[in-house]
Write a protein that binds this ligand. Structure first.
Ligand SMILES: NC(=O)CC[C@H](N)C(=O)O
Length: 204
């Protein structure tokens, strides 16, 4: 691959920032925490980590980052949200706080904490065609699922929940990628590699 090494930011207001930085570096990106606008301006792509979406939404306002991030996303900057980050990329959110805000980067409605109290956390092996044949070990922690989605959204993976139904847990629309699960806390770096490819394509 020619060209310079892409710089990928990880929104570092709250959540599991260090784990994303480690995986991004493993796949060959330059990875930096983003807490202020000048740092955002310097990145080619952005990860919204897992954590707590309502807290992150509030901190985005406090740090005056909501508008700048929204502008970068609508300008085509690749963005990847995992778990709470998926919630922030949705166009509608069920079971959230009345004052929470999000970016509407992906035409989907997500339900927070969708897998229910008894199953706050679970793991599953999922085949994600976009990542090749080997199943991906996925970890779900008070995770959302995609309740409904628009025609332009590509489904990358779904999982069978305790309600006996399959629910969409990984999607892509244009330069926005989202997973309900946390690849950053496993040893599998393929999701981060896939996102780095998206960033390389957007910057080449
Ligand atoms: N692990 C996570 O990111 C959990 C997301 C959290 N339940 C939220 O609503 O933001």
């Amino acid at each position: 691959m020619s060209g310079r090494t892409p710089t990928i930011g990880v929104l570092a207001l709250q959540g599991d920032v260090a784990e994303h930085i480690r995986h991004l570096e493993t796949v060959g990106a330059r990875a930096v925490p983003v807490r202020r606008r000048s740092e955002l301006d310097a990145v080619d792509g952005l990860v919204l980590p897992g954590g707590e979406s309502t807290a992150m939404s509030r901190l985005l306002d406090v740090y005056e980052l909501h508008e700048p991030v929204a502008e970068r996303i609508s300008g085509g900057m690749p963005v990847y949200g995992s778990c709470a980050g998926m919630i922030l990329l949705a166009s509608d959110v069920l079971d959230t706080r009345a004052d929470a805000t999000w970016f509407s980067a992906i035409d989907m409605t997500v339900r927070r904490n969708a897998f229910g109290r008894q199953v706050d956390s679970f793991e599953a092996d999922l085949v994600v065609d976009a990542l090749g044949g080997d199943p991906v070990r996925t970890v779900f922690i008070r995770a959302p699922w995609v309740e409904s989605l628009g025609p332009d959204v590509q489904v990358l993976a779904d999982v069978r929940a305790s309600d006996g139904r399959d629910h969409v847990v990984a999607v892509r629309q244009g330069n926005a990628l989202a997973t309900s699960f946390h690849p950053e806390i496993t040893d599998d770096v393929r999701v981060h590699g896939y996102f780095l490819d998206m960033v390389r394509q957007a910057t080449s």
